[in-house]
Design a protein around this ligand. Structure first.
Ligand code: KG4
Ligand code: ZN
Length: 343
């Protein structure tokens, strides 16, 4: 029986909540020792993630990817000590594939598993960087499905400060990309087109910044963009200017709310994580607004990955069980997570 007071466990993280299949091995003190990410591309032609296609791709990819990372770490014989898998939030079918494979693999090896929260994985991912933030901090989590501002006292102690009332920040990028005829996932595509654009040519709103509070709303910005596209001539420069104006509006809106959250909590440090945190303009905007106070995961760890799930599993190791239930939580508010148990 593994002694869970030992902190140098090797944890395998399995991520299948959406359209990335990802596996990683993490060892405390050493960091990531092997990882593999497969981004499903079939969804691009449908303009968004098709849940059934995502599940089938996870089924095809996950087994070989587990073998691949174990081989890379030369751990085929020994295996990991613990398997962490994403229990939610995410697509139910996709979560079930990861959960089933993780629990079956762990049962076959006689090791425990722990189902972890995908957003806790994102939130903790900057701890994997070379200059990790100290606690406490404010976290802005911006992904395809979530936009959350969270006060993080320590791992496992989260207080929700604000969230989106409609679209998530990544979703706004994805929808704007579709309006501009760009492919999915839209964030990187809009950012690329925006490089050639003038953000000042068209005016864009900064939603919900003119009133107090830390919630977000991006659906009005999306409508504004749609009307602008419909009214303007369809030429490459206009499209680039719209992309730049939209991106700048999202960045400024997020920056205003982050500054407000730091002020309200009187905290010093800000952590940005989730897919949209890969956005270069967002990083530049926040760095110049809050010099020396902003922490990000490495770019490859911004979007979905197995390492953040393994890390969250390490923090949640005392909640691990043997061959537990595959009880996925497609909807799972972050502040419903229990505090960490101390070993
Ligand atoms: O965290 P993530 O990989 O998956 C979810 O948990 O949702 O985030 C994916 C989201 C997508 O909406 C994608 O368009 C957005 O992150 N994204 C970006 C960039 N890279 C990814 N948005 C803006 N700029 C980027 N460079
Ligand atoms: Zn994510």
């Amino acid at each position: 029986m593994q002694n869970f007071s030992e902190s140098n466990l090797t944890v395998m993280g399995v991520e299948t909540s959406c359209d990335e299949t990802a596996v990683a091995l993490y060892r405390h003190g050493e960091g990531i020792i092997a990882e593999a990410v497969y981004t499903q591309l079939d969804h691009a032609r449908y303009g968004g993630v098709v849940p059934e296609l995502a599940s089938r791709d996870h089924v095809r990819k996950l087994g070989p990817m587990i073998r691949q990372v174990l081989a890379e770490a030369e751990l085929e014989q020994q295996g990991p000590d613990l398997v962490a898998w994403t229990r939610g939030p995410g697509l139910a079918g996709a979560l079930l594939v990861g959960g089933s494979v993780a629990v079956a693999y762990a049962a076959a090896r006689g090791i425990p598993t722990v189902g972890v929260h995908h957003m806790e994985g994102h939130l903790l991912s900057p701890l994997l960087s070379e200059a990790p933030p100290a606690f406490p901090f404010v976290a802005l989590l911006v992904s395809g499905g979530h936009t959350l501002l969270v006060e993080v006292a320590e791992p496992g102690r989260y207080r929700l400060l604000g969230e989106t009332l409609d679209d998530a920040a990544g979703e706004a990028f994805d929808k704007t990309a579709r309006l501009l005829g760009l492919s999915y996932p839209g964030g990187p595509e809009v950012a690329r087109l925006a490089e050639q654009g003038d953000p000042a040519r068209f005016e864009f709103p900064r939603p919900m910044t003119d009133r107090p509070g830390l919630d977000f709303s991006f659906s009005g910005l999306k409508t504004h963009t749609r009307l602008l596209i419909e009214r303007q001539p369809d030429d490459p420069q206009t499209r680039a200017d719209i992309a730049a104006g939209f991106e700048y509006a999202v960045v400024e809106t997020l920056a205003i709310k982050c500054r407000r959250a730091l002020k309200a909590t009187r905290l010093e440090r800000l952590v940005i994580a989730g897919g949209v945190s890969a956005n270069r303009r967002l990083r530049e905007g926040l760095d110049s607004a809050l010099p020396g106070r902003v922490y990000y995961p490495a770019p490859a760890l911004c979007t979905d990955n197995g390492a953040m799930i393994a890390l969250a599993g390490w923090f949640r190791r005392t909640a691990a069980t043997r061959a537990g239930l595959i009880d996925v939580h497609p909807r799972w508010p972050l502040d419903e997570l229990p505090p960490l148990e101390v070993d």
